[in-house]
Design a protein around this ligand. Structure first.
Ligand code: HEC
Length: 107
């Protein structure tokens, strides 16, 4: 029985750690690369993460972060000002920042 509780605890700790690491990572990507132009819920130089989360899919968000020059028109923007983060972010960081953005979905 004790062994069983121990296993459950270990699994729980592992899982909560993974979630925690992902959140932390998303937030640090945000602060390092996006914060100057995007804020969580208010419009800055670029649209707020809340407005993005409310209308875009994971594919649209990641497509824009990687190749903004090829997606901005489709997303309804007149100008393309945002730089591409293709060289700066690996897939884990891209997934982490995408989950971070989607956390602000409010509708
Ligand atoms: C230099 C300023 C700047 C930086 C830095 C920047 N963005 Fe942007 N972002 C913009 C602007 C301006 C737009 C509007 C369209 C465009 O210019 O491409 C935009 C658009 C977007 C969109 C699409 C918006 C829509 O209509 O759905 C996403 C998603 C996005 N940014 C995510 C990010 C993420 C994630 C980061 C950090 C890794 C980031 N941006 C960094 C300025 C910036």
């Amino acid at each position: 029985m004790i062994k069983y509780y121990f296993k459950i605890t270990v699994i729980f700790l592992l899982l909560s750690n993974i979630t925690f690491a992902q959140d932390l990572n998303g937030e640090s990507v945000f602060k390092t690369y996006c914060w100057g132009c995007h804020h969580e819920t208010s419009v800055a130089f670029g649209p707020s993460f809340e407005s993005i989360a409310n209308k875009r899919t994971v594919g649209e968000i990641q497509g824009h972060i990687i190749a903004p020059k090829s997606t901005y028109k489709q997303l309804g923007h007149k100008r393309s000002v945002m730089p591409s983060f293709k060289e700066k972010l690996n897939q884990n960081e891209l997934d982490a920042i995408t989950s971070f953005i989607l956390k602000y979905k409010s509708n």
